[in-house]
Design a protein around this ligand. Structure first.
Ligand SMILES: CC(C)(COP(=O)(O)OP(=O)(O)OC[C@H]1O[C@@H](n2cnc3c(N)ncnc32)[C@H](O)[C@@H]1OP(=O)(O)O)[C@@H](O)C(=O)NCCC(=O)NCCS
Length: 329
């Protein structure tokens, strides 16, 4: 593997899920499903749903604020904000620009990344390049989604997703040397909405009347088959890159598609399931939010010890997929 200029680490985590909860039992009353089937086959008991006045950036901003606080920084210390989302507030400006504005992170460039359920993992790896190369010192990476806005609540697929956001501050303790000189800017202080494409996102959602294709569509069998091939492939590759074996992994913090996908993956890679962290029972699949929400929970529970070897892995629409290994410090 190519040697990075500086090591990159996570110095703060945060998360936020909205207050409203839809239980499986509630969904039984509005669509054709069965709570026990969902628990047994998917591992989900309930999911959190954004309030009508909460856009993706509202969830992301709270998670980001918490991660910055956990890192012992202020929003002015953040050089770059990357928001991984498939459900942006609007088509323009980016959700990251709204987050920059709401956090008053006035020194941060900000942009979105869309790799759907792999988004946070992709965004972490992009953020790492900026820090490793010395361009930036503190990057706020956020995974946030509000799939409730693109869910057809009359269909049984509605059981799979929930809304939520998680965040991490990536940083390096080393002094920066050797810039190759490039920079980007984001300025939200003047006529922020001077050019905007307001409709079609989570802030002004389309309705059944104008476009039924706004809702997500899922072929469960295809997801299962792709995920259980993609995840092991990426995990075996990062193990080979690092010269580690699966026995060296202390904890796995994966995307949360369904319990069966994770059980099958753990079986293929030979990782005892008690090392696989899950929280889909409480939040369902929050897409870009799954890994950072789980990371924050595991962090707050004190399970991340200095020197622990943590495995991240994700798969999403496309299919995007990936894995990474971090030594916690
Ligand atoms: C969803 C999954 C468990 C379904 O398993 P499957 O064997 O493919 O199931 P099928 O779609 O053929 O359905 C089999 C039976 O399960 C039941 N079922 C399927 N979906 C259901 C739901 N949402 N609620 C209740 N019962 C359901 C039905 O009884 C169905 O019988 P029917 O076809 O006569 O209606 C499986 O495909 C899976 O885990 N896929 C991954 C999905 C995922 O992770 N998505 C999130 C990331 S995008």
């Amino acid at each position: 593997m190519q040697q990075l200029v500086r090591n990159v680490k996570i110095i703060g985590t945060g998360s936020y899920v909205p207050e409203t909860i839809y239980t499986n039992e509630y969904l039984e009353t509005i669509l054709e499903t069965n709570s026990q089937w969902v628990i047994d086959n998917v591992g989900i008991k309930e999911r959190h749903i954004a309030a009508p006045n909460q856009a993706t950036s509202d969830l992301a901003t709270i998670a980001g604020e918490r991660a910055i606080k956990d890192a012992g920084l202020t929003s002015h210390d953040i050089d770059l904000i990357i928001v991984a989302t498939a459900t942006p507030d609007r088509k323009a400006p980016s959700t990251a620009a709204f987050v920059q504005h709401k956090l008053d992170a006035r020194n941060a460039a900000a942009f979105d990344m869309n790799a759907v359920c792999s988004g946070f993992l992709f965004a972490m790896s992009v953020a790492s390049q900026f820090i490793a190369s010395g361009v930036y010192n503190h990057v706020l990476v956020i995974g946030a989604d509000t799939f409730s806005r693109i869910t057809d609540w009359s269909r049984r697929d509605a059981v799979f997703f929930g809304d939520g956001a998680g965040a991490a501050v990536l940083s390096s303790a080393n002094v920066t040397e050797g810039f190759l000189a490039y920079r980007i800017y984001t300025d939200t202080t003047n006529e922020m909405l001077g050019f905007t494409i307001p409709g079609g996102g989570s802030e002004i959602p389309l309705t059944h009347d104008n476009m039924s294709e706004q809702f997500f569509q899922m072929n469960g069998k295809a997801v299962f088959s792709s995920a259980t091939k993609a995840l092991p492939k990426a995990i075996f590759q990062v193990l080979e890159d690092t010269g580690l074996t699966i026995n060296d992994i202390d904890l796995m913090i994966p995307h949360q598609p369904s319990i069966r996908i994770l059980q099958k993956t753990a079986e293929i890679i030979g990782l005892p399931f008690d090392k696989v962290m899950t929280n889909m029972d409480k939040y369902a699949n929050t897409s870009g939010g799954t890994i950072p929400i789980l990371l924050d929970e595991v962090n707050r529970a004190g399970k991340l010890k200095k020197g622990s070897t943590i495995l991240f892995a994700a798969v999403g629409s496309g299919w995007t997929y990936g894995a990474s290994i971090i030594k916690w410090g």
